[in-house]
Design a protein around this ligand. Structure first.
Ligand SMILES: CCCCCCCC/C=C\CCCCCCCC(=O)SCCNC(=O)CCNC(=O)[C@H](O)C(C)(C)COP(=O)(O)OP(=O)(O)OC[C@H]1O[C@@H](n2cnc3c(N)ncnc32)[C@H](O)[C@@H]1OP(=O)(O)O
Length: 238
């Protein structure tokens, strides 16, 4: 689904930049040969900066994931890979990310030092209409002394609900994000960010999202989000 969404967006971009891809069943097959790009790094895989709590929750969801190659939907959860740019989800995306705004980086993946900024992994459960993010907030996300900046928390919520919504309805943008901060998050701690689909209404997707401590014992944030489906024209001003 995501490959298809990004694929259709890329088809428009490629056309604009004269690459003329031909879409074939959820993938892009460019008519010109693209130079090979190194496999992009999947930031959603564990690294040495991940805490015991982060690893414990990662293992919990990962153990309930689909086995690679199994029929889609046979497992409860799917781990979502994460790259420095969304383009990199699709074949040829590595090259496009070098052509279009080459300096651009996904906001949550722009701090290179492992553990310094957002460390996270997302899992989606299509049967339950849920998406879960396991986040570890690094020292460069400070707001009040020793605590996570509220904007950084909003970013976590936008990331999980935005990804969730993209999987449900394809390309979309945040129209409204309403956040109630209940208790501060300590820097370095692991939190769970859980998005649930409330309803769909035409182009609108309504979601609820909760941020809790890693073991679910403490509520940090409760929020509601509205995403609106958009066309490639709206994203790239074509
Ligand atoms: C990109 C390709 C896909 C990639 C997929 C990869 C997935 C995974 C990869 C990586 C994960 C990353 C995940 C991160 C996610 C981050 C997401 C963001 O942060 S997005 C940036 C912040 N958002 C903006 O900048 C929007 C700015 N606003 C706009 O552009 C427009 O206002 C927009 C598109 C939201 C709506 O504009 P209109 O012209 O299309 O629609 P109108 O006609 O205004 O509204 C349509 C309906 O929606 C209601 N509506 C619009 N805005 C509303 C609002 N704020 N609150 C309530 N209702 C609203 C209206 O009242 C109307 O309702 P009635 O049809 O009459 O019932």
């Amino acid at each position: 689904m995501l490959r298809y969404c990004v694929g259709s967006v890329l088809a428009h971009i490629s056309k604009r930049f004269g690459i003329h891809p031909r879409l074939k069943k959820n993938t892009i097959r460019p008519m010109v040969t693209l130079p090979s790009c190194a496999q992009p790094r999947d930031h959603s895989l564990p690294n040495p900066s991940w805490s015991k709590e982060m690893m414990e929750n990662y293992d919990h969801f990962n153990s309930q994931c689909e086995v690679e190659g199994a029929k889609e939907g046979s497992g409860l959860w799917t781990r979502l890979p994460s790259y420095s740019r969304s383009f990199k989800f699709v074949p040829g995306g590595g090259l496009l990310s070098k052509i279009i705004q080459s300096e651009a980086r996904l906001f949550t993946r722009n701090i290179k030092d492992q553990g310094a900024g957002f460390e996270y992994v997302l899992f989606i459960n299509k049967t339950k209409d849920q998406c879960v993010g396991i986040f570890q907030a690094g020292p460069q996300l400070e707001g009040p002394p020793g605590k996570v900046h509220g904007g950084a928390t909003a970013t976590m919520i936008d990331t999980v609900t935005g990804t969730h919504s993209s999987y449900i309805c394809g390309p979309c943008m945040t129209a409204n994000l309403n956040i109630n901060y209940r208790s501060p998050i300590s820097l370095g701690s692991t939190v769970m960010v859980e998005s649930t689909l409330d309803q769909r209404e035409g182009r609108k997707t309504f979601l609820s999202c909760r941020v809790t401590s890693w073991d679910g014992s403490k509520i940090h944030v409760e929020s509601k989000a509205l995403f609106l489906s958009i066309s490639a024209r709206q994203i790239f001003g074509m």
